[in-house]
Write a protein of this length. Sequence first.
Length: 548
Amino acid sequence: MGDSCMTRRAFVRGTASAGAAAAGAAAIGATGALAGCGQGASDTSTEKRKVLRFGQANSKQGLDMQKSTSSQSSSISDTIFETPLLFTEENELVPLLFTEVPAPEADGVTYHCTLKGGVTFHDGSALTADDVKFTFERMFTPATGAKSTYLYDMIAGAKEMLAGTATELAGLTVEDDTHLTFVLTEPYACFARNLGSSYAQVFPRDACTAAGSSWGTGTSCVGTGPYKMESNDDTTEVVLVRNDSYHGDRPPLDEVRYRYFDDVNTKMLSFKNGDIDWCDLDGSLLATYQQDPDVKDLIVSYDTLGTYFVALNLSEGKGLEDADVRRALSLAIDRDKLVETVLSGAGTPASGFLTPQEPGFDKDAPVFAYDPDEAARILGEKGAPSLLIQVRAQDQNVAVAIQDFWSKAGVSCEVNTVDNGVWAQDRAAGNLQVTLLGWFPAYADGDNNMYTYFLSSTAEKNSSFYNNPHVDELLVAARASTDEEARADMYKEVDDIVTRQDYAVLPLFYPKHQFVAKDYVENAKVGNLIYHVRGVDVDTTKEDYPAE
């Protein structure tokens, strides 16, 4: 999870050219956008073909979301493959391949589901409940190496399959071609929500089995989505074309071209030169392009569901065992200045771990206080720790700013920038004393956000080692409850405990991200780290629309 977790809360660029403020204000639902943009599309040879060129990094993890946790993979695979349910841009969970959002029976663990009829895969085969069963059994087969099984391993029999003691999923029963039933081992409030995650994409049994280990690479990608695979060299470009047999409204584009860029500067130059129509704008380049007359009015800024924070290792011997010392470290950080200077305004100073969009967010809580004098006083009494911040290159600028804040409070602090792989290994081993993290949940819910970080058993794996039995009780109770108001209250209490009493982490800001899109790109939208073309259109009558 961590940096790569995902949502579909999107912000939309309108049909007219607009700056960040105007563009960020118009949000649309995925289903509505598709219906609206699909009308008026034409196949007549007298009109220009509608082609969208999107630029992004290559995850190098393929397009099989059982094996990838990358948002870059999702942006493409979500267009080809579909999930049982879908999150709209307003973060509403709606049916996609299922006819309705399933609710549990009175026992809290049984979910009866119905597939939409008449849905076909890109190879012409019909979608059936057997394909759904195959998909989930493939997920739990050890040889697959699925990376996000924790979102679904509460299905009865899942853990047995993962352990290699079973070959079939006991908790998924197929009644007929369109009816199936999930049975969980215990109540889990977010189960239906997880069916709207990219990791629940449904694959056709026959095509997936025939492809074997090549599934998700090259052209071995067969789904039910609005666009289907045309070509894919896995290195430079993926080309999709309209699925004329799509079960929903007619997709508006004739073709979508995903072009890979390893370097963010090269990608933005390609955008300026008109070689791509839409791409993300890396935060490191924001200040530069805010001054670029050719680009500044095309920048769209949007809020994410993420929280960026200082991650602390609370295990014995790391020098951070005392909550008062951790409070002093928080007081020494000027979050407003950090956002204004280092981020060029691309963030909102944090007032908690939960984001404003999530149930349980305390709207009355102030931004964490900045009081360097009080920080110095506390550290003078308790003793200032000697700290090492180990970060990836992407976090270096923020780390240096934190180092400066802490030094003014008497803290000796060194910043060490390490390779991504080394960082990941040290974090998994619990060797990082201090680091920086952006934590992005898959959707707006405290379970997907806080359970996965603060529960004591998972905190060990996050190089945190936070352990508060009362927090564990609240997180477990909230996960099982069907009372959404009660769940929100529990997450609110957890947030207060971990950030204002225990100072287990030091939230810094809620990141804002940016993208750039040409004037002729309509309804450009982005979720939390995931860019989707579902519902995006191009206006071929605009003068700057490129002629082929």
